[in-house]
Design a protein. Structure first.
Length: 257
């Protein structure tokens, strides 16, 4: 006979895999148990490799598929636009900027168009390169590498090695997860390797992430939370992230809506 504890843990596991992530408070309310009980359940599931604990909840381990570029671009599109405009305003004329792949960084590229900043942009994103290729005064450099279908990003050793040849001012990095304990993460190790190489080539790291990426940790770690100089997110972020960022030397910038 399956115990109530086993049933509850199985349901928590199923919810995590269905939704991608679950919050401790919501689980406690759903099952009518204490938050401490839920944490013990999650600890047990994590020990079995079925979920991974993150700040305030848990995510499914290894079985959450990366959403398509199109679906990600549709999520919080207005918030990403505001983030893009905020980051574009933080860039200085004549900077050499690395623009990452991903829907949020593509919003940054769109915000750069027409500003006359005279930037040199190095990017592993074909979409970013196309967006800025005909922008007057902007010079676009595309990394080498293998084209990742759907994403139209460049990955692999050739992409990462490109950054060994350049000294850049700013790297605008997109991420799939932001967690103050586990740092910045992505779904894929090949994407993360390119991002780490870009971090090493830039004097300043600006991480862009809408609030849906916060308190999430995915398979491939990129860098610790404190590696960023700025974290630009939307106005739905909680005060806790701002406080932790301040303590760890990360300036959290809230994009104006």
């Amino acid at each position: 006979m399956v115990s109530d504890v086993s049933k509850r843990r199985n349901m928590i596991r199923d919810l995590a895999h269905e939704k991608g992530e679950v919050a401790f408070a919501a689980l406690a309310a759903r099952f009518g148990v204490s938050a401490m009980t839920v944490r013990r359940d999650v600890d047990a599931l994590e020990a079995e490799g079925l979920v991974r604990k993150v700040m305030g909840g848990a995510i499914a381990t290894g079985k959450v598929a990366e959403p398509s570029f199109e679906s990600r671009a549709a999520v919080e599109s207005a918030g990403k636009q505001h983030i893009g405009e905020t980051v574009a305003a933080l860039l200085c004329p004549k900077e050499t900027v690395i623009l990452d792949s991903g829907s949020t960084v593509l919003a940054v590229a769109r915000a750069i168009r027409g500003r006359g900043l005279g930037l040199t942009v190095l990017t592993p994103s074909i979409l970013v390169a196309v967006e800025l290729a005909d922008d007057p005064g902007t010079t676009v450099l595309l990394t080498g590498g293998t084209v990742r279908a759907g994403e139209l990003s460049l990955i692999g050793d050739d992409a990462a090695a490109t950054f060994d040849r350049y000294n850049c001012d700013t790297f605008v990095m997109g991420v799939s997860g932001v967690d103050t304990d586990r740092g910045y993460s992505d779904y894929r190790s090949d994407e993360s390797a390119v991002k780490r190489a870009a971090i090493g080539a830039a004097d300043r790291l600006v991480v862009v992430a809408d609030h849906t990426k916060l308190d999430r940790a995915h398979l491939a770690r990129i860098a610790p939370f404190e590696a960023a100089d700025l974290l630009v997110t939307d106005a739905d972020v909680g005060a806790e992230v701002v406080r932790v960022g301040r303590e760890m030397g990360v300036h959290v910038v809230l994009a104006e809506r």
